[in-house]
Structure formats: C-alpha cells, structure tokens
Design a protein around this ligand. Structure first.
Ligand code: AMP
Length: 370
C-alpha cells in the first residue's frame, strides 16, 4: 500500500484488506449469536456501505435477507448538516428484526435520521451495526449496537467510502494526510499587527492569507454591491453583519482549493463566525490548528492606528472615536472567542510589542511547536 492522490488530496494507507475483513467477520459472528433463531433483515445504507454489506453477508452463517436505504448528507448555507432520504425502507420489513449496516458513524447526524426513519416503520426491533466508528466525533445519544473498528477523528476513504465520489473501489482504507496543512487564526485588536505578520508568515509557511478587512476594502474600492453594503458599517467602526462576512470568507477559501493552509486575519470576530468557520472547514476535512493572539495595550494600539491612518488613507484609522468603537466591538464580540479556542486547546498568546522580526520569530515558535 502506498500513499495515493484523490482529487486535490493525498491519502496514506491506514487499514489493510485483512484487518477490515477480520473486523467484518467478527461483527457478523456477534450478530449471528443474537439472531440465529430468526431470519433478520440487514438494511445497508447506500452508498458507502455497499462493500461492507457484501462482505458481511458472505460472513453471516445463517438465513438472512437484505435490503437498502439511501441517505445523503450535505451542507446547507447555514453549514448545519442536513440529511435527505433518497431511498425509503421497503414495506416488507414490518414485523421483522432489522439490523442496519452503516459503513461509518462520525458526528451521528445520519444515524439520528436513520433512527427516526426506522422508528416510523412497524419493525419488531432495529439495531445499528457500524463498521467504523469515531468516538471523538460522535455527539449523538443513540447507543450503537455493533461496532467493527473504532477509529480516530480523521477523514478516511476506501472500502466503499469516498472523497467526492473517488476511492470507493479501494479494497483498503486510507487516511487523509493532513500533516502539511496548517490553518491559523491571527487574533488581536485592530492595530495589533495581524496583517503585517501575516505577510511574513504566508511566505515562510507557504500559506494563503485571507483578511476580511482587506476583502472589504477591495470591494469598497471597486464599488461592488458587497463594498457598498459594508461601507456604512466600516465607516462607523462597527462590524459588518455575520451573514455577509461569513459568505465572503467561504468564497475566498473556495477560490484556493490547492492551498497548503490558510491564515485567517480579522476573522472570526464573533461567536457565530467562529462556529461557522469550524463547520465550514469540517466540510472540507480541514480544521483550525491554532489561534494566535497578538497582545498589545490600547494606548500603543491607538498611536499605531493614528500613524497608519496618516499614510494608508483608511478613514476608520484617522478618528480616535472610531478606533475606540472598534475596540469596544472587539471587547464585546471578539474577545469571548478566546474561551472558545481555549476550550479546544488551540489558543496561544504572543507578545505583540517589539520589532516586527522579533514578533515574527515568536509566532514562528508557536507554529513550529504545533
Ligand atoms: P480590519 O482591517 O480587520 O481592521 O477590518 C476593518 C473593518 O472591516 C472592521 O472594523 C469591520 O467593520 C470590517 N470587518 C473586517 N472583518 C470583519 C469580520 N470578521 N466581521 C465583521 N466585520 C469585519
């Protein structure tokens, strides 16, 4: 087994065919012990479970029947997963014992929908058997009755599972190679030096820099609809509404599918932006590795911003009232995100006062320690 490329991502070998088949046989035997006195119906969940169902049935030693349902899980605009039923359970399952065969259970969203789907049928009872299970990702309440292999919370392909439809035909399971990806959030008050530092870090670590402030200014300069909308907020030193900012950020990430990682600068600035960012990155099998705060005190920041305002022409940098309003916005809406990232063990604080290259070195030490 060798590393392998599917679309834009590299995958590394994780489970051999033998390991998988041994787990499948063990599951089939465990189910057989419980159901040897009746003829259960196994219901496979398409598409991912087709290989598992096939090998499971070959290993099942007694009489049984098979059927399928098809669910699809996709991301809506709000980034909450919605599960759609594409193929309903058949009527002949009424009064029977049903064992649902799932390829993988991670967050538990699809499982919840399955439980709901089968609670509405007149089955005698139903149980859930999942070949792969990610305990670290599972947030559901339903107990999973039979588990093949517990796996870490990493994206896998092969043996029926796909990455954008590729990889289903592999006999083995591969894991996404995420080692090269670094996604950073640069955190800090206006004037803390996020933009300046991002310019250095993006070169040093080959990352894509996304600054929502820069994106807004670009749109304002070009007088786009987005720019017109953002202008009134920015001129007052208020935050632009979340829906607008989140959509703009997602579009910017989508423009760089091959990036080795991102530096998010000036985003997220509110709790809902932080949650949206996590959910959005999850749909791309990515996540935030670290949130690094550049710390400096208000008086120093105000001096820096007023100086910058003289050369940059930024109107929001030229008026102390507007600057103080931006600090208020930060204290109220953005500062609480420290706890959000601390809870995920991703928060790092760096002294933002000193020479530019000293500060770059401090940031580099954090990044290299990740
Ligand atoms: P910055 O260049 O990051 O200081 O951003 C300048 C201005 O753009 C801010 O004062 C806000 O009005 C707006 N802005 C930038 N990023 C965001 C964001 N993530 N959420 C809301 N507004 C933002």
């Amino acid at each position: 087994m060798h590393p392998m490329q599917l679309h834009d991502k590299t995958f590394v070998p994780y489970l051999s065919e033998n390991e998988i088949l041994a787990a499948v046989t063990k599951m089939a035997n465990a189910v057989a012990l419980d159901y040897q006195d009746e003829r259960p119906i196994f219901v496979g969940v398409l598409n991912g479970a087709f290989m598992f169902v096939s090998d499971f049935l070959k290993a099942y030693p007694y009489d049984c029947e098979v059927s399928f349902v098809k669910l699809s899980s996709y991301q809506g605009l709000t980034s909450t997963g919605i599960v759609e039923t594409l193929l309903e359970p058949e009527d002949n399952i009424a009064g029977r014992s049903v064992i649902i065969l799932e390829d993988i259970i991670d967050s538990g969203r699809t499982l919840k929908e399955l439980v709901h789907l089968f609670s509405n049928t007149k089955v005698k009872e139903f149980k859930i058997a999942s070949l792969f299970y990610k305990p670290a990702a599972y947030t559901g309440e339903y107990k999973i009755d039979y588990i093949g292999i517990e796996i870490p919370d990493k994206f896998i392909v092969g043996y029926g599972l796909d990455y954008n439809e590729l990889g289903r035909n592999l006999r083995e399971v591969y894991q996404l190679n995420q080692q090269h990806m670094i996604n950073l959030v640069l955190f800090g008050k206006p004037g803390a030096g996020k933009g300046t530092q991002a310019e250095f870090l993006k070169e040093k670590y080959n990352l894509k820099h996304i600054s929502t402030g820069d994106l807004f200014r670009y749109n304002m300069k070009n007088d786009t609809e987005l720019g017109k909308l953002a202008k009134s907020y920015i001129d007052r030193g208020d935050l632009v509404p979340d829906e607008v900012t989140i959509q703009m950020l997602q579009d910017a990430v989508d423009k760089s599918p091959d990036a080795a990682g991102f530096i998010f600068d000036g985003f997220p600035r509110t709790a809902s932006q932080a949650e949206a960012l996590d959910a959005f990155l999850e749909t791309k099998n990515m996540g935030i590795n670290a949130t690094i705060a550049l710390e400096a005190n208000d008086e120093i920041l105000i001096q820096r911003l007023l100086e910058r305002g003289k050369v940059s022409g930024r109107t929001d940098d030229q008026d102390e009232d507007k600057i103080r309003n931006r600090f208020d916005e930060y204290n109220q809406k953005t500062a609480p995100l420290k706890d959000f990232y601390k809870m995920q063990n991703k928060f790092y604080s760096v002294n933002g006062i000193g020479e530019i290259d000293e500060i770059t070195a401090r940031l580099g030490a954090v990044i290299e320690g990740l």
